[in-house]
Design a protein around this ligand. Structure first.
Ligand code: ADP
Length: 289
């Protein structure tokens, strides 16, 4: 199974004629609400890829729909707590040109305590995967506990913070980050991806694909598929969810990455995030060059 200590957000997308200026009051012509948050996206992606995913997280009383939607998408939500805080949300203003402005409020995602994580992980088995990202509290405690319990500890270093990565680095078996984040980490630590003290490191390269470093081995490149990109949001989370699902199934890493590149390529071709992540059948059958 995959244990995901992950953020759950309501993405509130407001359509506006232009982005508001300081002091301006502006009426939106439309509002759409989507399930979001890197954590929720990864849970949905891994579940769509066929994995058994147990999400550890928190929502407020205004976010029960988000928990229900995760359940509908096949994610085990019994370890998502309801807390006395607003559900994490993003207020996303989008103008007619597609330019955006985002206000992110972590809310309930920052009300997850180490006790909640440790209570959930008492159900874990040696060999399970634990993943987390930098959008919740209790990251270091989870990483330590995962290590102690013999889980494969995985971290997606986004949104990037050098101190956050450095705090969990000693406990990681697997680190995934994009090219910009890899450069920021190298800046902070002086270590290139190949030199990090982590068994598996994947650097995603956007339209160039991904690079995999296994400790002590020559890096392997996995070129991306050539597609028309219309919306890259959620591509990285989809990629990560698919890699994790492959690892959890015991696939060789090369095969897991190949499948993740296919899933992420489909994802960039469509607008939307969690609600449109492709399932394994689509990923296997899609004609991609
Ligand atoms: P993030 O969105 O987290 O910054 P990347 O931009 O590196 O991550 O993209 C993650 C993955 O999504 C890539 O490794 C690749 O598989 C896929 N991807 C992203 N952009 C494209 C694109 N333009 N064409 C094809 N695949 C893409």
């Amino acid at each position: 199974a995959i244990w995901n200590l992950g953020s759950i957000n309501a993405d509130m997308v407001y359509a506006l004629p232009h982005l508001p200026a300081p002091g301006e009051t502006l009426a939106a012509s439309g509002l759409q609400r989507f399930l979001g948050g890197k954590g929720a996206n990864m849970s949905v992606a891994a579940a769509r890829a066929g994995a058994h995913v147990r999400h550890i997280g928190a929502v407020g009383s205004d976010g029960l729909w988000a928990r229900d939607r995760l359940t509908e998408y096949g994610v085990d939500t019994r370890h998502i707590a309801q807390v006395d805080q607003p559900t994490g949300h993003a207020i996303i203003a989008v103008d007619a040109q597609g330019e955006n402005l985002i206000i992110l409020f972590p809310g309930a995602n920052h009300a997850i305590g180490a006790d909640q994580v440790s209570a959930a992980l008492t159900d874990s088995d040696t060999g399970d995967l634990l993943v987390f990202q930098n959008e919740t509290t209790a990251q270091v405690e989870a990483a330590k506990l995962g290590r102690e319990r013999g889980l494969t500890v995985c971290y997606a270093a986004a949104p990037f913070s050098a101190p956050a990565v450095q705090a969990v680095l000693p406990y990681l078996d697997f680190l995934i980050l994009n090219e910009v984040e890899a450069a920021q980490l190298q800046q902070a630590t002086g270590l290139a991806p190949a030199d990090l003290p982590v068994e598996h490191v994947i650097v995603t390269l956007g339209s160039k694909g991904a690079r995999y470093h296994q400790r002590g081995q020559v890096a392997a490149e996995f070129p991306a598929h050539k597609v028309k990109a219309v919306d890259t949001t959620g591509a990285g989370d989809t990629f990560t969810g698919y890699v994790l699902a492959g690892m959890d199934r015991g696939m060789p890493m090369a095969q897991a990455i190949t499948q993740a590149n296919r899933a992420a390529a489909l994802m960039v071709m469509r607008p939307g995030t969690a609600d449109v992540i492709p399932d394994l059948k689509e990923v296997r059958e899609a004609a991609l060059d």
